[in-house]
Design a protein around this ligand. Structure first.
Ligand code: CAO
Length: 416
């Protein structure tokens, strides 16, 4: 097997549910040895959540824990804490996303870590950073709401909406992974570990950066002419929900395509990029709009976006989303079909690139997963199945120097 980017890096993976596991899965895909620590008998709660096959690890778990080893340790037992100490001494990074205060209640304080292994990088996901909510437990949608995503998602006349993309969990996991590799790099010259914190609210806010941009624009100019509220509706004093408007300088909309009456995903995203306005007019059969003063410039068009997109939709409704895509691409008009998960799962090009992978599992059989979306030319990813609960306990303990009789005693104590 070829060498990987993070070959030789050992991760004590104390994560559960989604945010932390997505981070350590990425590190595993880059070649780190990820040792997932789970509670004996139960393991990560997601093993049993949303099960589609009785008694078998759920897809929720298997799709977030590839390429890891699983060790069971009961940290409420003296022997369990002894194993954990040994892991801390032997690993480069500890990643955790427990509720606030849990690690300290286990006795794993920063001071204790300094005694055991001052080179250890301790990486944490928490719901909030320092501040009034620092002690709160947080799940995905709470982070989407507190990070500004929900108030800016949806339509003007509807309630705030959460999005299907797991920006709170998987988005924070990505942020944390970057913090970890940066800390590993700094350690190569400082020789020291450090704490890495990625609060979920902060990660979501980072992904909502353009909305904070818009808040300041709104306060200065009291209007935003690329928003659907312009020119007829009213703006308040906070960034409103923008429907499907593009969010950038090029107006865009989701438009119906042939079959929309029965297919909920027969839609296309259409961007009227200024550079190809001429082509847009040609394709939809409105050549006079190329020179008509009301439509000729981007500024003028902002006053007429609704009728413009209504006219473009008359055209898209005569084509399937794929036909429209093919035609528009020949003119370099930016657009994208609304793809269902069913359509994505059938897209062979995503398998060819390794972004979709079929994985074999001993109790579940074959299942489909998302592979590593980040491609390193010199560190290819081979996705391997998630571990069964405690599958590697004996193997890892032996590597940590515990002999067979010590392992037996730990098992008797209920520590592993
Ligand atoms: N052996 C023994 N006990 C263990 C253990 C082990 N291997 N692993 C964990 N535990 C114990 C902890 O010691 C803790 O016990 P105490 O409360 O007595 O100290 C207990 O499990 C609960 O830990 P928790 O608070 O992390 O778990 P929870 O299910 O109550 O809360 C969550 C889950 C996600 C809300 C919380 O962990 C959290 O807020 N995490 C930070 C934010 C985050 O990552 N959220 C995203 C999760 S993905 O949607």
């Amino acid at each position: 097997m070829s060498k990987k980017a993070l070959d030789g890096v050992k991760i004590l993976d104390f994560t559960h549910v989604q945010s932390g596991p997505t981070c350590t899965q990425l590190l595993a895909w880059f070649g780190a040895d990820v040792i997932k620590v789970e509670r004996p008998g139960e393991g990560d709660a997601t093993r049993g959540q949303l099960r589609d096959i009785p008694g078998v690890d759920s897809l929720y778990f298997t799709m977030l824990n590839h390429n890891k080893r699983s060790v069971t340790i009961n940290t409420k037992k003296v022997g369990g804490m002894a194993v954990l100490d040994r892991l801390i001494q032997n690993c480069d990074v500890m990643v955790e996303n427990f509720g606030p205060g849990v690690l300290e209640r286990m006795g794993i304080t920063w001071e204790r870590i300094q005694e055991l292994n001052p080179r250890l990088i301790v990486a944490s996901v928490k719901g909030f950073g320092a501040g009034p909510y620092a002690e709160c437990k947080v799940y995905e949608n709470v982070a989407q709401c507190a990070g500004g995503a929900a108030s800016t998602t949806g339509f003007d006349d509807g309630p705030p909406l959460v999005t299907g993309a797991q920006i709170g969990d998987s988005g924070t996991g990505l942020h944390l992974a970057l913090g970890i590799v940066a800390a590993l790099y700094q350690r190569t010259h400082s020789g020291r570990g450090q704490k890495v914190l990625a609060p979920m609210q902060d990660a979501v806010l980072n992904l909502c950066r353009v909305k904070l941009r818009d808040q300041q624009r709104l306060e200065r100019t009291h209007t935003m002419n690329e928003y659907p509220q312009y020119p007829d509706g009213k703006f308040g004093d906070a960034v409103p929900r923008a429907g499907n408007a593009s969010g950038g300088g090029q107006p865009g909309a989701i438009l119906k395509c042939k079959g929309w009456e029965t297919d909920p995903n027969a839609y296309i995203y259409f961007i009227t990029q200024a550079a190809v306005w001429h082509s847009v007019c040609t394709v939809i059969g409105e050549p006079k709009w190329i020179t008509d003063e009301a439509y000729a410039t981007p500024q003028a068009r902002l006053l007429h976006l609704k009728p413009i997109f209504a006219r473009i939709e008359q055209w898209t409704k005569t084509k399937t989303k794929f036909e429209a895509m093919d035609i528009l691409n020949t003119y370099d008009i930016p657009c994208g079909p609304i793809l269902s998960m069913k359509e994505i799962a059938a897209d062979r090009s995503l398998y060819d690139s390794g972004t979709l992978v079929e994985v074999d599992h001993p109790t579940r059989g074959k299942y489909l997963s998302v592979g590593n979306p980040i491609k390193l030319s010199d560190s290819p990813t081979e996705v391997t199945r998630s571990p069964l609960l405690g599958e590697h306990t004996d193997e890892v303990l032996a590597q940590l120097g515990f002999d067979a009789s010590e392992i037996g005693a730990l098992r008797l104590e209920g520590a592993i």
